[in-house]
Write a protein that binds this ligand. Structure first.
Ligand SMILES: C[S@@+](CC[C@H](N)C(=O)[O-])C[C@H]1O[C@@H](n2cnc3c(N)ncnc32)[C@H](O)[C@@H]1O
Length: 226
């Protein structure tokens, strides 16, 4: 029964469903924040800090935030690139783009937010010093395409940092996975099966992964070769 529900929810995932659900989330700030906090075991700020720190950005750098949502990384990225730096956010949901632009007006650096599909990033080759994606690759599904676009956007020596979460790896919580995967697929277009870490490992020569909560949450960082 639950497996059938999960399959039903998995079959509904696509780009149109994603934009519909994320437009809804964009209008419900506190519900979104609560959901993300639950997904990240209440350690949202700490994991975002780790992700942005992993980019090793300097002042005046240019950073790309893929699937930026309402811009929860912008404060941290702005601190890292300083007032002479630039942040570019990309998101496919019109509602999220609106929220991200509002957030971008509140930080002390140049912020540009583009509405676009991350599978075809409309940004110049090798423009960025750092590229991050927080909880967004698992909402897109076509991870290999997005990681390849992220790599293309990075300058040689630039860094990628991905924060994401997967299904419970440890017993007894993993018995909840069919239900959680089905509900999350429906309400967040979640692809728990997306090979995110593998894609980063296959695309970047030098990769470092950290896992938390029994492997459920992870930050994977890579550096683009010359
Ligand atoms: C779970 S939210 C994460 C938002 C934000 N990065 C955060 O950490 O809170 C996933 C985001 O990915 C965006 N997204 C999903 N598919 C996308 C695509 N193909 N291209 C660009 N953004 C996409 C959604 O609109 C949504 O804002």
């Amino acid at each position: 029964m639950i497996d059938a529900f999960r399959q039903w929810a998995f079959d509904r995932r696509d780009h149109t469903h994603s934009q519909r659900v994320y437009d809804w989330w964009s209008r419900h700030d506190w519900v979104y924040a609560a959901f993300v906090a639950a997904f990240l075991f209440g350690r949202t700020g700490e994991f975002r800090d780790r992700t942005v720190d992993a980019l090793s950005l300097d002042h005046s750098d240019t950073a790309l935030d893929v699937g930026c949502g309402p811009g929860p990384n912008f404060d941290r990225l702005a601190d890292a690139v300083g007032p002479t730096g630039t942040i570019v956010g990309v998101d496919a949901s019109p509602g999220m783009v609106k929220r991200a632009r509002e957030r971008g007006e509140q930080v002390n650096c140049e912020v540009e937010v583009l509405r676009a599909d991350a599978r075809r990033l409309p940004v110049a080759h090798a423009r960025f010093d750092g590229v991050c994606a927080t909880l967004s690759l698992s909402a897109i599904g076509d991870v290999e395409a997005v990681v390849s676009e992220m790599s293309d956007a990075l300058r040689p020596g630039g860094r990628i940092a991905v924060l994401d979460a997967r299904s419970f790896q440890m017993a007894p919580l993993r018995w909840l996975n069919p239900l959680i995967e089905g509900v999350s697929a429906y309400i967040t277009n979640w692809y728990p099966e997306a090979p995110i870490v593998q894609s980063v490992e296959e695309t970047f020569p030098s990769v470092f992964s950290e896992t938390f909560h029994g492997g459920t949450v992870y930050v994977v960082t890579g550096t683009k070769g010359a």
